[in-house]
Design a protein. Structure first.
Length: 233
């Protein structure tokens, strides 16, 4: 039986849920250490998850073992939302969610969510808006993989990651070169070379996986790069 927890601790009230009031639903909380799987491929898709502390990466693997990070979820974010498609889509997980830090997660049964959504149109609308935003993000990622070169993909990813980290109250982007490579669809060696170049150009500062992007300079780089691409088209 899942316990109902309706109040956040005082020190945690500085952040907001992607779907307001979701934690008013019955849920349990679990802690995962870095590298632990929250859910895996082919697990039953019967639950929603909320990041209460830490970070989670959602990724897929090819039949050959190549991995692609689909997204990072920070404090207040929902993940596992493809379960909402139910019998029309995902009944078994097609991706996996892995803790990037010591991470605490709230787990909500879909049955409890749908029961609440039937009598709470605000909850249903907020969920639809959240899923739509995630769909738009996935579309932008696909466009970047198809149309952008490696430098541009990395710059765009660093801008978005920095904004997401700031929203969750974090001052930097904490990813390894291997994780960045999985995120932008490149290799660790290529990403390492680009990170050295970006640091030399003042676009970022980083040390041991702690990356501090310069957003004004990255935006300028992207604008100038877009101009170069337009002229060469």
């Amino acid at each position: 039986m899942m316990s109902a927890v309706t109040h956040l601790k005082q020190e945690d009230q500085t952040w907001q849920l992607s779907i307001p009031n979701l934690l008013n639903l019955p849920h349990i909380e679990k802690t995962f250490w870095r590298g632990m799987t929250v859910y895996g491929v082919e697990d039953s898709a019967t639950q929603l998850y909320v990041v209460l502390k830490g970070r989670v990466m959602v990724r897929r693997s090819s039949a050959e073992g190549q991995q692609k990070i689909l997204s990072l979820r920070y404090r207040g974010d929902i993940f596992g939302e493809l379960a909402l498609t139910g019998g029309l889509g995902e009944t078994r997980r097609s991706d996996e969610a892995v803790a990037l830090d010591t991470t605490r997660v709230a787990i909500i049964r879909l049955a409890d969510f749908w029961q609440a959504a039937r009598r709470d149109p605000v909850l249903l609308q907020s969920t639809l808006q959240y899923v739509t935003r995630r769909l738009a993000e996935a579309q932008r990622q696909i466009e970047s993989l198809v149309f952008d070169h490696n430098h541009r993909r990395l710059a765009r990813a660093l801008v978005e990651l920095s904004q997401e980290a700031a929203r969750a109250g974090e001052s930097s982007v904490r990813l390894t070169h291997e994780e960045l490579a999985e995120l932008i669809g490149s290799t660790r060696e290529v990403v390492t070379g680009m990170m050295i170049e970006f640091r030399q150009r003042g676009l970022i500062d980083y040390k041991r996986g702690d990356i501090r992007p310069s957003l004004p300079r990255l935006h300028q780089f992207l604008e100038e790069d877009a101009g170069v691409l337009a002229k060469s088209a």
